[in-house]
Write a protein that binds this ligand. Structure first.
Ligand SMILES: CC(C)(COP(=O)(O)OP(=O)(O)OC[C@H]1O[C@@H](n2cnc3c(N)ncnc32)[C@H](O)[C@@H]1OP(=O)(O)O)[C@@H](O)C(=O)NCCC(=O)NCCS
Length: 161
C-alpha cells in the first residue's frame, strides 16, 4: 500500500523480494561494481539454486538496485554479501533491505546471524551497528586490496529474537 501510494506521487519505495535466476546477471553486475573480487553470473545462479542460501533483491520500480545473500546452517546464518547500486546509495535503502532480509532468516528458523566487514568500511559498519550487530571478533590483515594493501576484518553478530 505504501509503495503504491509512493508510486502515485512519483516517489517510489524499493521493495525487497526473493531473487530468481533471471536476476543473476544484474546481481553480478552490482556485486562486481561494489567489491574488489566480484562474483560472476554463474556464482549467483549456483547460489540461487542452493536451498540453504537466501538471495534477495532490492527492486525500485522495474530496476534491481541491490541485493542481500545469506547462507544458513541449522539455526545460524552468515550474510555473505549485501550491496546497493552506487547510484542509489546514501538514501537509507540498505536499512529496509537488511531488516527485511533478517526477518526472512528469522522466518526460516535462524536465531543468530554473523557477518564479516572490512574495518574501515564506514557505510557498512554504520548500517550493521544501526541494525543491532555487535563486534564478536577481529581478523588482522584478512583482506588484500588490488594494490596489495592488507585490511582487517571485523566479525559481527546479531541474535534474532
Ligand atoms: C554498505 C551499503 C550497502 C549501504 O547502502 P546505502 O543504501 O547507501 O546505506 P545508507 O544510505 O543507509 O547509509 C548507511 C550509513 O552509512 C553512512 N555513509 C554513507 N556514505 C558514507 C561515507 N562515505 N562515509 C561514512 N559514512 C557513510 C550513512 O550516513 C549511513 O549512516 P547513518 O544512517 O548513521 O547516517 C552500500 O554502501 C554498499 O553497497 N557498499 C558497497 C558494498 C559493501 O561494502 N557492502 C557491505 C559489505 S560488508
Amino acid at each position: 500500500m505504501i509503495a503504491w501510494l509512493s508510486n502515485l506521487w512519483g516517489r517510489a519505495t524499493p521493495v525487497v523480494e526473493d531473487a530468481s535466476s533471471r536476476d543473476a546477471a544484474r546481481l553480478a553486475a552490482i556485486h562486481g561494481a561494489s567489491f574488489h573480487r566480484g562474483w560472476g553470473d554463474g556464482e549467483f545462479e549456483a547460489m540461487l539454486r542452493e536451498r540453504n542460501t537466501l538471495v534477495q533483491r532490492l527492486r525500485l520500480r522495474s530496476n534491481v538496485i541491490g541485493f542481500a545473500v545469506s547462507r544458513m546452517a541449522a539455526d545460524e546464518a552468515e550474510i555473505l554479501s549485501i550491496a546497493v547500486d552506487a547510484g542509489h546509495r546514501g538514501q537509507g535503502f540498505s536499512r529496509d533491505l537488511l531488516l527485511t532480509h533478517l526477518g526472512h532468516l528469522a522466518g526460516r528458523g535462524v536465531r543468530t546471524v554473523f557477518l564479516e566487514v572490512e574495518e574501515n568500511n564506514q557505510p557498512a559498519r554504520r548500517l550493521y551497528g544501526w541494525a543491532g550487530f555487535t563486534i564478536a571478533g577481529r581478523r588482522e590483515r584478512y583482506y588484500r586490496e588490488a594494490g596489495g594493501q592488507e585490511l582487517n576484518a571485523l566479525i559481527m553478530r546479531r541474535d534474532l529474537s
